[in-house]
Design a protein around this ligand. Structure first.
Ligand code: NAD
Length: 484
């Protein structure tokens, strides 16, 4: 059954409103990480395809930028309705290509669709400002225009939402786009391109190039001089490379990069709520989230009890094919990801960590890893300094508030921090000192289309979603007119 919606997906490149093969004629396999079976073959684009796509985006920009905001708004609104209507199909595609359990995939459809609805509402609210200069002699009229053709690049971990979080505001603002989805999960993005076309998006506004060689497609876009904006979600090293490329043509840049989230539990917290929060912050998407709790710092008097309660819940989760009823933890996305998680755990254990649950991979096909809680983790363990991107929770005790803040900030990243305490003064006192773009207070979930998502330090530049989300796709201009 899960294969049915996949057979409906157009697996070509989507350029100028037409589906077609890659210039090279090549395709690549998309693999189901639960079964290791090939799901589909997708066009493998190269530099020639990329150049064609960016030229189309450049040609269409002026006309698309002038469309009435209401028209763009209604395309987005229709796309929202279609995505919601096709929840089951899209969820099945996502589960098959990425691994997350169906229930989570349905949750992502709702979350991802919400960006289309939110930005359909924003499209008609792009305002401006009128003011006088201080001496009263000149009127200043501030307007906002589409920034121009955009390069959009997304990761594999949220195949739908990472796309709609960029495409939604780009359409709302009146920008054309070239879009390169992750090579591990292209099918959801291709299905989305089909839905947007059905919703009335004119040909050439959104151009999609899938590839196994991201550099060969993205570099021509960045070097083209046509693209005015790059919006990237992915790892910090690739983001840094793109910023270097963006500097050549001084492109506006949004970077949603990696994280290494601290999850701090004070002894005064409601421990059961903290454990429930950790389950969400750690286990959403099998731990394959930039927002995943990566380091769990727990005040010493309650650290043991917290680790015990967390391991009881993590250890009871049902691991299996995400498409099977009742599965709570799907496979990791690929063999390489599984190997990395295994190495992190082995290294931490070799430094003296105690395995409270899990610590190994189940036998058989698929890239599964059992949910793992580690206590007594040595502070120099590699998994505290890197994104684990898997279902592994290292618990580290701390003694003072000062120490908790120092530990939390002792990383190059700054995407999100989580704090659990029943003392509201402490919540803000510590929260204000956390170097991150987002702070979850007594909650393990911060992602929401209404909120400005993004990080500081090596976690990125700019924000996605919220009222300011559309600003990333707009340029400001003012007119000065003397009052005579
Ligand atoms: P990745 O950086 O390897 O890949 C992301 C995208 O960049 C993919 O589409 C990939 O094909 C492309 N890419 C790779 N090399 C490129 C190059 N040289 N030029 C242009 N594009 C290139 O990351 P990933 O493994 O797909 O995703 C996981 C990472 O994404 C993690 O670090 C995670 O924290 C981060 N992430 C961040 C957010 C956020 O909002 N901050 C959200 C989700 C994921």
């Amino acid at each position: 059954m899960a294969n049915d919606p996949i057979s409906q997906v157009n697996t070509g490149l989507f350029i100028d409103g037409q589906w077609g093969p890659a210039a090279s004629g090549r395709t690549f396999d998309v693999i189901n990480p639960a079964t290791e079976e090939v799901l589909a073959q997708v066009a493998d684009g190269n530099g020639d395809d990329a150049r064609r796509a960016i030229e189309v985006a450049g040609q269409k920009q002026a006309e698309w930028g002038r469309t009435p905001p209401r028209e763009r708004s209604e395309i987005l609104r229709r796309a929202y309705d279609l995505v919601i209507e096709r929840t089951d199909e899209l969820a099945a595609i996502m589960t098959a290509e990425m691994g997350k359990p169906l229930a989570e995939a349905r949750g992502e459809v709702a979350y991802g669709a919400e960006f289309l609805r939110w930005f359909s509402e924003e499209a008609v609210r792009i305002g401006g400002d009128v003011t006088l200069t201080g001496d009263g002699k000149t009127r200043i009229m501030v307007t906002h225009e589409p920034v121009g053709p955009c390069v959009l690049i997304t990761p594999w971990n949220f195949p739908l939402a990472m796309g709609t979080r960029k495409i939604g505001p780009a359409i709302a603002a009146g920008c054309t786009m070239v879009f390169k989805p992750a090579e591990l999960t292209p099918l959801t993005s291709l299905a989305l391109a089909g839905i947007l076309t059905e919703a009335g998006l004119p040909g050439g506004v959104l151009n999609v190039v899938t590839t196994t060689d991201p550099g060969s497609v993205v570099e021509p876009w960045m070097a083209s001089g046509i693209a005015r904006k790059v919006s990237f979600t992915g790892s910090t090293p690739v983001g840094v490379k793109l910023l270097q490329q963006a500097s050549e043509h001084v492109m506006k840049s949004s970077m949603e990069l990696g994280g290494n989230a601290p999850f701090i539990v004070f002894a005064d917290a409601d421990l059961d709520k903290a454990v429930a929060g950790a389950m969400v912050a750690k286990m959403r998407n099998m731990g394959e989230a930039c927002t995943a709790a990566n380091r769990l710092y727990v005040e010493a008097p309650v650290a043991e009890e917290f680790a015990k309660k967390l391991s009881e819940q993590m250890g009871a989760l049902k691991v299996g094919d995400g498409a099977a009823e009742g599965t709570q933890v799907g496979p990791l996305v690929e063999r390489k990801a599984l190997d990395k998680v295994q190495q992190f755990v082995e290294e931490a254990v070799s430094r003296g960590a105690t395995v409270m649950c899990g610590g190994d991979a189940p036998e058989g096909k698929g890239f599964f890893y059992n949910p793992t809680v580690l206590s007594n983790v040595d502070p120099d363990s590699a998994l505290l300094a890197n994104e684990i991107f898997g279902p592994v929770a290292p618990v580290v005790p701390f003694d003072t508030e000062e120490e908790a803040v120092e530990l939390a900030n002792g990383t190059a990243w700054g995407l999100v921090g989580y704090l659990f305490t029943s003392d509201v003064q402490r919540a803000f006192r510590v929260g204000e000192r956390i170097e991150a773009g987002m702070v979850g207070l007594n909650t393990g979930l911060v992602s929401n289309p209404v909120a400005p998502f993004g990080g500081v330090k090596a976690s990125g530049l700019g924000r996605e979603g919220g009222r300011i989300g559309i600003d990333e796709f707009l340029e400001t201009k003012y007119f000065a007119l003397p009052r005579d």
